[in-house]
Design a protein around this ligand. Structure first.
Ligand code: SF4
Length: 437
């Protein structure tokens, strides 16, 4: 899949049919499959791999679809080494099954060949509005549409997909893949309204007035955290999430190169060593930075980034400064960033940098909550939800899930929770309709 900027072409090649079947044949079809225990959404891994090993692609994707609305995405960005693959018994021989790549193969094959045409129930069970079209929103929408609900999704950005579209870089997750997965959700009867900011263009109360039975908030964590040390207002300190978004927009041809903050030849410091930090660092190199240093106050063992992502970053030339705790942003007399002072094991050190990309976490924005009465949040701004019906906020009929409820998680964990919330919404609407009758 070629992108406009060739440096952003997808790094990992998929399997050919022959390779996929050969890999699938290695699976032992274990009686007590450890791989399923490692999968947050409990995909029936041995069953779909067994179908693949016999060349039954349609049956394989059918099994995967029972648990996942986004297999082409999960196959690419799930932390398999910590989940299914990490649990595979064949790790004992140092050769676990490459489950993610098999899932990706089945999903891509289905999309290319148009294998599956789902039979959908009539839509009459109720009306649900979903706010946000990231992994949580898409999962809730897909699950409820399959269960016979009318579902609309409101998205503030020009295109649906949330973090999948604007956060994860093209070389890890091609945007064409995201668009195809969204088309599949559309084919389930879900309607998308983009460019719609809830709390500005329309409120949650307006949605209920239009006759919706329930609202799901899956708006994620839109506000990045700052690092408030001396000099933090300097020009040249930007959020990694903003940088990644601008690069994705540039690659899609929506903005010019001059609007992307990193310039050719710059020395970049990335503060933070989670997956967003690594994505920002590797993307900065692709945008022509001459040097990229990840600055992290803890050790290699303590980083939250995936090991495989870290190793790729090292191969590409990203430098890692461990046990380096930024204490001050160094600026010139025009308040332009020139570097940082940081505490290291060898005392205070100064690093000369042209630009800093911050990746120290994010939290929910409060636009929806502040324009809707009755939704309580905790001290950090996360929405409080109940166990029964699962995912309902303190306002009747309003549900929430994904990162807006918890601290930011992986795509698949947001999906796992969203599936439970979809069940909670269905139970709530069924009970509501019964009472109305
Ligand atoms: Fe196959 Fe590994 Fe799962 Fe066993 S644990 S069923 S070998 S993928």
């Amino acid at each position: 899949m070629k992108s406009k900027n060739l440096k952003f072409d997808e790094i990992n090649e998929g399997f050919t049919i022959k390779e996929a079947i050969e890999e699938a044949k290695r699976c032992l079809n274990c009686k007590n499959p450890a791989c399923i225990k490692g999968c947050p959404i409990e995909n029936n891994i041995p069953l779909f791999i067994n179908q693949l090993s016999m060349g039954n692609m349609g049956a394989a994707i059918h099994i995967i679809n029972e648990k996942s609305n986004l297999p082409a995405i999960c196959g690419r960005v799930c932390p398999h080494e910590k989940q299914c693959v990490g649990h595979c018994v064949l790790n004992a021989k140092g050769m676990p099954i490459n489950i993610g790549k098999l899932e990706r193969f089945a999903a891509d094959f289905d999309e290319d060949m148009g294998l599956i045409k789902e039979r959908l129930p009539q839509k009459g069970r109720g009306k649900v509005a979903v706010i946000g079209s990231g992994p949580a929103g898409l999962t809730v929408a897909g699950d409820l549409a399959r269960e016979g609900f009318n579902v609309v999704i409101y998205e503030s950005q020009p295109e649906p997909g949330g973090v999948l579209m604007y956060g994860i870089p093209e070389y890890r997750l091609p945007k064409e893949v995201v668009k195809k997965e969204i088309k599949k959700i559309e084919a389930l009867g879900v309607t998308f309204f983009t460019h719609t900011v809830i709390g500005k263009n329309i409120t949650v109360d307006d949605i209920f007035e239009q006759g919706y039975d329930a609202v799901f908030i899956g708006s994620g964590t839109a506000l990045p955290k700052a690092l408030e040390i001396p000099g933090y207002m300097a020009k040249g300190i930007i959020q990694s999430s903003y940088f990644l978004r601008m690069v994705n927009l540039f690659n899609a041809g929506n903005i010019g190169r001059e609007e992307v903050p990193v310039k050719t030849g710059e020395t970049i410091g990335v503060i933070g060593c989670g997956n967003v930090g690594i994505d920002a660092a590797r993307t900065a190199l692709r945008m022509g930075a001459s040097k990229v240093k990840i600055i992290y106050h803890r050790t290699e063992k303590e980083m939250s980034a995936l090991k495989s992502e870290y190793e790729e970053a090292v191969k590409e030339g990203v430098e890692f400064l461990w046990n380096t705790n930024p204490k001050e942003f160094v600026t010139d007399d025009k308040n332009i960033l020139r570097g940082i002072k940081a505490k290291t094991a060898k005392g205070e050190k100064k690093f000369t940098l042209d630009r800093i990309l911050l990746a120290v976490g994010s939290r929910p924005a409060n636009r929806i909550v502040s324009t809707t009465s009755g939704i309580e949040v905790d001290n950090a701004g996360y929405v409080i939800t109940k166990e029964k019906p699962y995912g309902m906020t303190t306002r009747k009929g309003v549900f929430a899930g994904g990162d807006v409820v918890h601290t930011p998680q992986t795509v698949v964990l947001a999906m796992k929770e969203a599936k439970q919330v979809a069940k909670g919404i269905a139970q709530y609407i069924d009970a509501k309709k019964l009472l109305e009758e």
